[in-house]
Structures are given as C-alpha cells and as structure tokens.
Design a binder for this molecule. Structure first.
Ligand code: F6P
Length: 325
C-alpha cells in the first residue's frame, strides 16, 4: 500500500471567526480523500519551531461553533527573514509534507509567496481575516461575524446617543481598508462613514453634522475606520469639538470584533473554502487562494489577492449620501 500524501494546515495573522470551520473541513475532507492531515500550531512561528501534530476526525469535533482558532496563531517577524524561510522549508521537508494550506490574510500570503522560493511543495491560501481586504473572494472568512458584532455594539450605542442627544464616534477595525466601516455604517443607519479609501475634510463632516442637527436630527453616529488618515477617532473627536463646540463621545470597538461565535455565513464560507482548498491540492494546484466570487468557487494567484486594492462597493458609498440626511 502506498503512503498517504501529507497535507499541512495552519492559521496565521489575526484570528477570525470561521477559521475553525475551515480547519474542520480541511481535516475531514482531507481524511475522506485519503490524505494524512497535519496541523501546525501557532502559524509561521510554530512552523519554525516544529509544532506539527497529526489531526484526526475527533480533533475537530465541536469546533465549528467556536471563535478564534484551535490551531492558535501568531505574527512571526522571524519567519520572514532569509534564515526563517530556510528553516521553515527545512522543517516542511523533514516532516515530508506535500502541501500546506494557509488560512490568513495578506501578511500570511506574502509569507507564502516568499516560502515558495525555498520549498517546492504546494501552497494554497484560504482568506481568513475580518478585514475583507483580499481580492479573489467576495467575502473573507470572519468578515460577516465581525460586521454583526460591530452592528450589535453600534445599535446599543445608538440607544444612548438618542437618549442623551449626543454625537458618537465609533472606531472599527479593518487596518488599511474600510469594508467593516462601510458595511456596518450602512446597516446601522450611521450618519457618517469615514474610510481610508475616500479622503475627506473634517470641516466638511462638521458642516454636514450641523446641517443634520438643524434639520432636527437629535443624535449622530460617525463610524470611523481605524485606517483613516486623520489619526483615529480620538483625534477626530478633538478636531470636531474644536470646530463645532459640540461634545463627541468615542467608542473604540477594537478586538471585540475579532472574537465570538461565527455567524452561519462564516461557518458556511469556512467550510466551503476548506473543502475547495483540499480539492485544489488534489488537482495539483499551487500558489493560489481558494475564494468565492458571485457564488462560484475560484482560485486566484496569491500575489493578485494582495497586490491590487480591493475596491469598496461604490454604489453603497453613493447611496449613503442620500440615506444619511
Ligand atoms: O487584520 C485583522 C486586524 O484585526 C486588523 O483589523 C487590525 O488592524 C489588526 O489585525 C490588529 O493586529 P494585532 O492583532 O497584531 O494587534
């Protein structure tokens, strides 16, 4: 009998809800297809430190509903050095892996492209990040949950804003992109949405808020993407206060957005892309990311997923102008 082919799986970068659904699908579909699946703990750092462990069917029981990642994760600066990449390749050879599935964001995929220079095995990415900033997939695993978490928080803040007739600035994550801000801003009926993709002047925001107040609006929510060019919600609040004399309260949602039970959409996406990534491996593909675009499963070269900036929905942005009066 021939030895089964070995497929590794790791999660890297920021954890995202739905990563466990993806790991579970990789393990179960991989085993169903006759593969040996090896989990690598703590992302690229664990790869450097030889933290490999065989994954069986029961290792992923009761994980689909859990946030975070059962494989743990890391951001490893050491991995990205020449010595780190060589060491990682050496470890993959020693454990006789034929392929490696990487669940993470742009940093993870940049690392994979560099690793490909040193290791001839198959490298396949799965988009796991709350930021939704990767091309080659409509949504990344974790985005929908983060969005819903932020939405619930903003709805609560709205109660206070409305009761006290206050202005609130709510800062959401997303690194350099405004997907969470735009989508949660629209769904929460927020008055302003400030994203890095659309430069703005603070005076302009101030004027719009004052006009809305004059029209009878008693509270305003301003959603600020953390990557906006003004330096974050606190700085912006100071500036707005200086210009308008109104009081602005600030809420930074931060890491709350990364954890929690994944939504059905994220469980489904993680599961689908986990299975598809295994299929891509069996087809002999490498250097691609498994994604879903317009309801179709697609494989996109890893470089393309992070080299081009994924555009925000322009229609939503334009619509917001009319909705937020
Ligand atoms: O990429 C996910 C993310 O949560 C970003 O939205 C945020 O800017 C960043 O990670 C925070 O990174 P860290 O976990 O290293 O603080």
């Amino acid at each position: 009998m021939s030895t089964p082919r070995k497929l590794g799986v790791l999660t890297s970068g920021g954890d995202a809800p739905g990563m466990n659904a993806a790991i579970r699908a990789v393990v179960r579909v991989g085993i169903a297809r006759g593969l040996e699946v090896i989990g690598i703990q703590r992302g690229y750092q664990g790869l450097l430190e030889n933290q490999f462990r065989p994954m069986g069917l029961r290792d992923v029981s009761n994980t689909i509903q859990r946030g975070g990642t059962v494989l743990h994760t890391s951001r490893s600066a050491e991995f990205r050095t020449e010595a780190g990449l060589r060491q990682a390749a050496e470890n993959l050879r020693r454990h006789e892996l034929d392929g490696l599935l990487l669940i993470g964001g742009d940093g993870t995929f940049r690392g994979a492209v560099e690793l490909a220079v040193h290791w001839p095995g198959q490298l396949i990415g799965l988009p796991g990040t709350i930021d939704n900033d990767l091309c080659g997939t409509d949504h990344t695993i974790g985005f929908d949950t983060a969005l819903n978490t932020a939405l619930e928080a903003i709805d609560k803040v709205r109660d206070t804003a409305e009761s006290h007739e206050r202005f609130f600035l709510i800062e959401v994550m997303g690194r350099h992109s405004g997907f969470i801000a735009l989508h949660v801003g629209i769904s929460s009926g927020s008055e302003e949405i400030l994203v890095p993709e659309r430069p703005f002047r603070v005076t302009e925001i101030c004027e719009r808020l004052c006009t809305a107040k004059a029209r009878g609006k008693t509270s305003s929510i301003i959603v600020v993407a953390e990557g906006n060019e003004t330096g974050g919600a606190f700085t912006l609040a100071e500036e707005l206060k200086r210009l308008s004399k109104n009081e602005y309260r600030v809420v930074i949602l931060g890491y709350l957005q990364r954890g929690g039970t994944p939504t059905a959409a994220d469980r489904l996406l993680g599961t689908k892309l986990g299975g598809y990534a295994v299929d891509l491996f069996l087809e002999g593909r490498t250097g691609v990311m498994a994604g879903e675009v317009g309801g179709h499963l697609v494989a996109t070269p890893l470089r393309e997923t992070f080299e081009r900036r994924k555009p925000l929905d322009d229609y939503l942005l334009r619509l917001h102008r009319d909705l937020s009066q």
